[in-house]
Design a protein around this ligand. Sequence first.
Ligand code: SF4
Ligand code: FES
Length: 249
Amino acid sequence: MNFSLKIWRQQNAQTPGKIVDYQVTDISPEMSFLEMLDSLNQKLIEKGESVIVFDHDCREGICGQCGIFINGQAHGPVPNITTCQLHMRHFCDGDAIYIEPWRANAFPIIKDLMVDRSAFDRIIEADGYISVSTGAAPEANSTPIAKEKAEKAFDTAACIGCGACVASCKNSSAMLFVSAKVVHLNSLPQGKIEAKKRVITMVNQMNQEGFGSCTNTLACEVECPKQISAANIAKMNWEYIKAVIMNEQ
Ligand code: SF4
Ligand code: FES
C-alpha cells in the first residue's frame, strides 16, 4: 500500500510548526500505524534527515503513551483502540493521512507528535492513591466488596491516561481522566477513608494545571479508547460538592 502522509513537524513548544508531506510506499496492510511510522523514520535516517518524534512504549494498548490525532480523530478512525493497535488495513491504498499531536495548552509539544503529559502525573501525585494501611495481601483479598462496586472500580481502572479525552474536548477538559481515577479509588472500601480529601485535592490540581471545564459535549467519551463513561464526571462533581460542603461545616 502507498500513502501520502501529512505530518505535523515542530521543533519545540516555542517555535511554530507546520504540516510536511511524506510519501510512503510498499506498506504491508498488516503493519501497525506505529510500524508504518517506524519504516518512514528508517528511510529518513538513511537520507540523513531528522526522524519524526512520536511517543510509544508498550505497543499493546496498555501504557497510554501513543496518542496521535489521525485524520482529526484521536487514536484514528477505529473506535476503542489506541494508535498502537491501529493497522494499515483500515486505510485505503493511496489515502492521504493527516497526523498531528494532541493539542491542549496543558499538554505542550515536546517535538513533532510528542507532547508533555506530565500534568496528568501531577494530578495523580496530588492524591490519586490510597495511603492508609490496607493490611497484607490476604486481608485485602478477604475484604468483601459488592459486585456492582467492584465492577465500577474495574471499569474506571481501565483508564490508561492517554489524554485522548483532553485532546478531543473543545475546552481541553481533563474531567473524564480525573473522574475515572476518583471513582476508581472512591468506590472501594480501602479508598473511602480518604475519599473527600482525594476528590478536592485532585480537582484543585486539575484546575491549577490549566485544563478547561466540562460542558457536556461528550467528545471525550466517544474518543476514549477504554470506553470510560462520562457518567463518572457527574459522580465526581457530586462527590466534590459534598466534600466541599462538609469541609465547610
Ligand atoms: S479517560 Fe479514556 S481518553 Fe481519557 S486518559 Fe483515560 S483512557 Fe485516555
Ligand atoms: S504504546 Fe502503549 S498504549 Fe500504545
